[in-house]
Ligand binder design. Structure first.
Ligand SMILES: *Cc1c(COP(=O)(O)O)cnc(C)c1O
Length: 216
């Protein structure tokens, strides 16, 4: 696989699913990848990247940003409230808003900073105890709460359980977004981004298919 193949596959899936006018944001997930691999993808013109740790992103991206313009960073991993400020300074989008305490912290910081990244609410569609995300049953109320806080919620995000058919989770997430009037759907990774597009994904998070396997 390569960046250009992934892009071609995305376009093909948009055609297949009758979404010809649509755009899907390809987020190249660069976590843990060696810097030379990230640089190679930057030099091919990719500008939208995903990281799942604030610390790692902070160590890597300021230097790249000095050399490449228009880099857009999406934070896709779990976020501790004490890292929220740093995350908001670094990233243009956060995909892991998943609890009231984090939402109120982000709202307070957004007031203070006068800006806020685009936000996705992470839903734990598989109801897995070890996984981040708000439970499906609590999602509608949480969306409403985020709106009361004036947060710029643009959609929902999920990571399906590894050993389940991801289509079920994509369909569920799409339904929850629709009934809440949200248009953004962050779903699909290297193994299932094509399927996610058929279920309406607007943002796919693709790591190993672009960069190769992660080491460590
Ligand atoms: C690592 C990661 C990805 C990318 O996974 P690949 O299987 O390498 O494409 C996507 N989303 C999240 C939340 C991740 O942590």
């Amino acid at each position: 696989m390569s960046l250009s193949e992934v892009r071609a596959n995305i376009d093909a899936q948009l055609q297949v699913s009758g979404r010809t006018g649509d755009q899907v944001e390809l987020i190249a997930v660069s976590k843990v990848q060696p810097l030379d691999r990230v640089e190679a993808i930057l030099s091919k013109g990719q500008r939208v990247f995903g990281e799942n740790r604030v610390q790692e992103a902070a160590g890597k991206w300021p230097a790249f940003r000095e050399r490449y313009e228009n880099v857009v960073l999406h934070l896709i991993g779990p976020l501790q409230t004490n890292k929220a400020r740093q995350a908001m300074e670094l990233a243009q989008a956060i995909h892991s808003v998943d609890r009231p305490k984090l939402a109120t912290t982000i709202a307070r910081l957004a007031q203070e900073m006068g800006s806020c990244p685009d936000l996705f609410i992470q839903v734990n569609t598989g109801e897995e105890p070890q996984k981040a995300g708000i439970l499906p049953a609590d999602t509608d109320a949480f969306v409403a709460q985020c709106r009361e806080l004036d947060l710029p919620i643009c959609g929902l995000m999920c990571i399906p359980p590894v050993y389940e058919e991801s289509a079920l989770h994509f369909a569920l997430l799409a339904k929850m977004a629709e009934r809440n009037g949200l248009t953004g759907l962050s779903m699909g990774m290297s193994g299932d981004y094509e399927k996610a597009i058929r279920f309406g994904a607007t943002h796919v998070r693709v790591g190993s298919a672009i960069f190769g396997e992660r080491q460590g």
